[in-house]
Write a protein that binds this ligand. Sequence first.
Ligand code: ADP
Length: 587
Amino acid sequence: MRTSIQLKIVMIYLSVIMIVMMIIGTFIVYNIEERDYKSIQSDLQELADEIKVRLNWQTQKPNLEDIKSRINVIHVNHIYILTPEGKVDAGTNSELLIGETVKSEVVIRAINTKKPATAAIVHFANKNTGPKYTDHATPIVDPYTNEITAIIYVAANIARVYENMSEVIKTLAIGSIVAMGIAVLFGIAFSKMITAPIKQLTANAKKLAAGDLIKRMPIESNDEIGELTQSFNYMAIKLGHTMEAIISEKNKLEKIFEHMADGVMAFDREGVLIHTNSICYEMLGSLNMDHRFNYIFPKLGMKVSFEQLLKGGETVAAGEILEVNGRYLSMHFASYASAKDEPDGLVVVMQDVTKQQKLDQMRKEFVANVSHELRTPLTTVKSYTETLMEGAIENTELAMNFLSVMDKEADRMTTLVHDLLELSRIDNHQIQLNFKKLDLQKLVEETLEAQVIHIDKKGHKLIYETDGAKSYNIQGDQVRIKQVLHNILSNAIKYSMDPGTIHIKIFKGKDVAICIQDTGIGIPDQDLDRIFERFYRVDKARSRKMGGTGLGLSIAKELVELHGGCIKINSKVGKGTTVTLHFPISN
Ligand code: ADP
């Protein structure tokens, strides 16, 4: 059970008062008892001396009643004259019979020492069980024979001593009760002085613990309590500063977490998710704060044990790549320690490496494509050369045929290498563009002039029109723009199998645009998104047969963008394709 300071102080006060009163009481009772005893005993002694004097000059047996009545002996109840052996010779009382031996210790002492003897004082005796009398014996010694001739034995009732004692004890008891009552009142008052500020401190400490940063407490005294209040105020201020620092640090960390490009998850030592940032939700989709590690990761197809990772120390697993919802995530796990340096939980950092993965993939595909594109013409050239060397060269017609195929393949390789170099220059920003004011209409017409022979050859109908604007001036590199127009137009001619219509239109709005529309084979929807990728072709065999490298559209796109423009493509399978080029106007 909890005892309050107030009660303790009151109890201490009471105990002190009780102890003091008991010690003082004991001394007082002892002294009063001794004083009373001594007064009775000196009366007895005086009486015995007086009787002795009288007996010395009286020859006849003394009349004790007479003596008793004549001398002032208030307390004396018994006067006896004893024989030298201690037997009653004469007495005022009939309690001891004549001839009866007196068994008192004082009589024995008087006989033995031949000197007066007084009973010892009995302190703190009980009224009922203690002695009722105190006695005295004076021997009368013959000076000539030195023999005891008689013994005067007197005894007095000590009831008065007991009465006085009980009076004193009663007074002391009343005094003690009053003193204790006063002590209780003072104790309560004093303890309140001490406990009131302590109670206030306790209340404020509780508020502080609950996170309520209270204002400073007034210092009302310069004693220990005042010092404690001062220390408390100092502690509250320090705590306030620490809390502010922690909160600001927490806010900072939360902001960092929130704006990190990497996903961060923290698990407690039980493996329960306790913290995460929003990017994690984007990366992993469904995720709840109370989800467990052993539920989240096996579901993603990752074989990791939370317990092992927790034991594993600092960075226990790094860089494992996981494919989740079309993204590639590089996973890093690290356990964090508690203040006691024991593993307290796990932090998981997820990096989105989709871009790198895709780039890596594209690089691999690119190398494979280039190798493949070069291998086909090389194989053809090699096999035709061998055939010629084996004797086909003798047959002039066949040899010419072979040589023309080899020439075509060499052209293909040259075109391919040229296209690759062009792309490489664009990638490395090494391309030199000779910008100047160009009339786009003129460039379109020049390109058409060069291609019209192919259009005619395939039996296509050509529609060419403009929206009637005064000029279609742009800033650009003439050779590159012509190259773009050539690529797009030759595609429209190439991929229109049956004779169709090629419709070219130049118009001016917020920019200068050229629309090249054909009624060819079209491009399936699923290929449209990837059509500008390098080497991407809807039908590889067909493209190759037509002398295509799969780089025309990607080069066109890069070049248009280098001119600050853009390229758009719309297509429907079996209906045709529309490619629109936009260039910024130059006046
Ligand atoms: P290629 O050298 O193969 O023509 P491009 O980069 O010019 O390479 O074009 C890529 C692919 O886009 C072509 O292989 C073809 O499948 C498709 N394509 C381009 N233009 C057209 C078009 N006008 N009609 C149909 N398909 C087209």
